[in-house]
Design a protein around this ligand. Sequence first.
Ligand code: FES
Length: 68
Amino acid sequence: MYVCVCRAVTDRQIREAAMRGARTLRDLRRELGIARECGSCAACARDCLRAAHAAPTASASSRDSCVA
Ligand code: FES
């Protein structure tokens, strides 16, 4: 599922970034370009990142929490 439509970033890419060490929205912005355009994805991206750290192997949990 797309989290950031402007940059075509998916929840899967956010989970992968979390596994590589991304901890904050700033990390996602730097690595994936999240929230660099309209910014409407920021809250969802943050939720997806939190979910990825809470349950790194449970892909459904972050998918359910993000609505873009
Ligand atoms: S949806 Fe992410 S910057 Fe617009």
